[in-house]
Design a protein around this ligand. Structure first.
Ligand SMILES: *Cc1c(COP(=O)(O)O)cnc(C)c1O
Length: 381
């Protein structure tokens, strides 16, 4: 087929999931505010934010990117310095690449996101994963970090270059004891990265309070932003390393490749920020909703894995009952997806029945009730 014929398909592609109740963990925290939706159109042109650029993204005063990056964001993250990047993974890579070199070690939790592994691999590091406790809690402990660090010291004669903890992890929504993990790391002179892709922008999280030297977040995951965009917070101690400037292009930071989120992505983050800041203050009611939802699904025979009672909107369920039904259902393992779709509920991965994850973040209680009733019908009729 000629390319011209194919091009027609790309015109104004409509999303098929608009208007559904969305419980996809990946998407809940990235839904735009009305303000961000407006900003997306206004600033959609390429390089639109660069009208009055003094040479580097974070110094742009109009629009107020400087105020966001250098005033609001460090305070929000609880760090001395902050930048925006093109995603949580880019934030992690910038830290790892500037702090460590080929052959160094990094300790991270077994529950870490694949992007943490890949960011370390791109820097050619050796990785030691701290095992979690396995089913049903999948807990990550400070003792695990201690063991991993001591093993590395024993094997190599020196501590790892870095440690990373995922808060919460992207499968079970577990919140490990970061304060204690940070204490273990610092006792051994190991700087700690806090991966807050699922926390920064949803719940209160402060790097200083928790004892982390670095924090990363994801705009499109948890800050009501149209991505890709991430945030990066760094303590004073390591800022000159991570934000080292180019010897040839004096204002450009090497790890940022000069400039990062140079367009509509950062404007959606700015536009949403007041509401994102506000919503983190109502985290208690999100946890309450998550616990209510979990108890409702458990009363239908599903089992919520991970921390219990749960402390986050991201939840992992095992559903032997649904697996059993799928064995004889017309659509097989796709039956659950189709049954939910028929009820305008979206977000559980097509083909999964035995276990799956979902999120209740920002879903009104009435909509959660619709989801609970849907599961009840699917299981009991
Ligand atoms: C989604 C996710 C990421 C990746 O975020 P990006 O901003 O897309 O790079 C990293 N870590 C965790 C735990 C995640 O859930």
């Amino acid at each position: 087929m000629a390319i011209e014929q194919k091009l027609q398909k790309f015109q104004c592609i409509k999303r098929s999931t608009r208007g559904t109740i969305n419980i996809d963990p990946l998407q809940r925290g990235g839904i735009l505010t009305d303000e961000a939706r407006e900003a997306l159109i206004e600033w959609g042109d390429g390089y639109s934010i660069c009208d009055f650029c003094p040479g580097v993204l974070d110094m742009i005063k109009t629009p107020p990117i400087f105020d966001f990056i250098h005033k609001a964001l460090p305070e929000f993250l609880g760090t001395d310095h902050a930048r925006v990047t093109n995603g949580a993974r880019e934030s992690k890579f910038a830290i790892i690449h500037s702090m460590a070199k080929e052959g160094d070690w990094i300790v991270l939790d077994q529950s870490a996101h694949y992007t943490s592994f890949v960011a370390a691999q791109r820097t050619r590091l050796n990785i030691k994963a701290v095992p979690n406790s396995g089913s049903p809690d999948y807990r990550t402990t400070p003792e695990g970090y201690l063991d991993a660090i001591q093993e590395i010291i024993k094997e190599t004669g020196k501590p790892p270059a870095l440690a990373l903890v995922t808060y919460p992890d992207g499968n079970y929504g577990n919140l490990p004891d970061v304060k204690k993990i940070a204490a273990v790391c610092h006792e051994h002179d190991v700087p700690l990265i806090l991966n807050g892709a699922y926390s920064v922008g949803r719940m209160p999280v402060n790097a200083k309070y928790l004892g982390a030297d670095f924090i990363v977040g994801s705009g499109h995951k948890s800050m009501a932003s149209s991505g890709p965009i991430g945030v990066l917070g760094v303590s004073e101690e390591y800022s000159s390393k991570v934000f080292e400037k180019s010897p040839t292009h004096k204002v450009k930071e090497i790890e940022m490749l000069g400039c990062t989120a140079r367009g509509a992505t950062i404007m959606t983050m700015l536009a949403s920020f007041p509401k994102v800041f506000e919503r983190t203050k109502h985290w208690d009611s999100e946890v309450e909703n998550a616990r209510w939802f979990s108890s409702q699904l458990e009363s239908l025979g599903l089992v919520q894995m991970g921390d219990k009672p749960h402390n986050h909107d991201l939840m992992f369920f095992e559903a032997p009952i649904l697996f059993e039904i799928s064995q004889t259902a017309k659509d097989g393992r796709y039956f659950l997806y189709k049954e939910l779709k028929a009820r305008k509920i979206h977000g559980i991965k097509a083909g999964l029945t035995k276990f799956f994850k979902l999120s209740t973040f920002g879903v009104p209680r009435d909509d959660l009730k619709v989801v609970v009733d849907a599961f009840d019908e699917i299981i009991n009729s």
